[in-house]
Ligand binder design. Structure first.
Ligand SMILES: N[C@@H](CCC(=O)N[C@@H](CS)C(=O)NCC(=O)O)C(=O)O
Length: 194
């Protein structure tokens, strides 16, 4: 598999999951401003949507959208998903929440929104994160073990720190716990060095 990513972007979640899964993969950095890959290719030629993450599967198929990619990786490495009859649905429920209620709410910070828009977004994100803090399991978001949802949440918690958005205490503790994982450190240092 090959993951197209941009350092610190939402593609970091899949990058961590690939390390954690222990599956063979390669990566290529994408410059989102110029839509050019590290090897000089036109990224729009890889993913016509023009955004990361994009995952090229071993048979050449292209998978896009964080939720789909993280769900796929959890299907390839089931220990990164959830057990039980509702396991997959619960995982998708959490991934959709992180994507639509948290990730997308950062838009004013990324597109140079007004101070008022940023303040509104900040309060909204904190309130939506509070729900996760109130409902999370003891050590991880959805279970007593890590799941791909933790990795996506970690990405938005890193953005929160960058933009001064308050993260509830239990989630800050989760972030600290996640950042000690070798998979997280490998993905972060790989992206920083790229
Ligand atoms: N709907 C996509 C959105 C992905 C997305 O927002 N990617 C951002 C980085 S976090 C990006 O590549 N933005 C550049 C652009 O849209 O041109 C998903 O959920 O995967």
């Amino acid at each position: 598999m090959k993951l197209y990513y941009t350092p610190g972007a939402c593609s970091l979640a899949g990058h961590i999951a690939l390390h954690e899964a222990g599956l063979p993969f390669t990566t290529e950095r994408v410059d989102l401003k110029t839509k050019t890959t590290a090897s000089g290719d036109d990224f729009n030629g890889v993913n016509v949507k023009g955004y990361v993450p994009a995952l090229v599967l071993d048979d050449g198929d292209l998978l896009t959208e964080n939720i789909a990619i993280l769900d796929y990786l959890a299907s390839r490495a089931p220990f990164l998903g959830l057990n039980g009859p509702l396991g997959r649905s619960r995982l998708l429920e959490a991934l959709a929440y992180i994507s639509t209620e948290l990730h997308k709410s950062f838009k004013p910070f990324f597109i140079g929104g007004s101070d008022e828009e940023k303040a509104k977004a900040s309060a909204y994100v904190t309130r939506r994160m509070q729900y996760l803090a109130d409902t999370m399991r003891r050590d991880y978001l959805l279970a007593d073990h890590v799941s791909v949802a933790d990795f996506y949440l970690l990405v938005v918690m890193r953005w929160a720190e960058r933009f001064g958005v308050t993260v509830p205490g239990p989630l800050r503790a989760l972030r600290d716990r996640l950042e000690t994982r070798p998979s997280v450190q490998a993905a972060l240092s790989g992206e920083a060095a790229s």
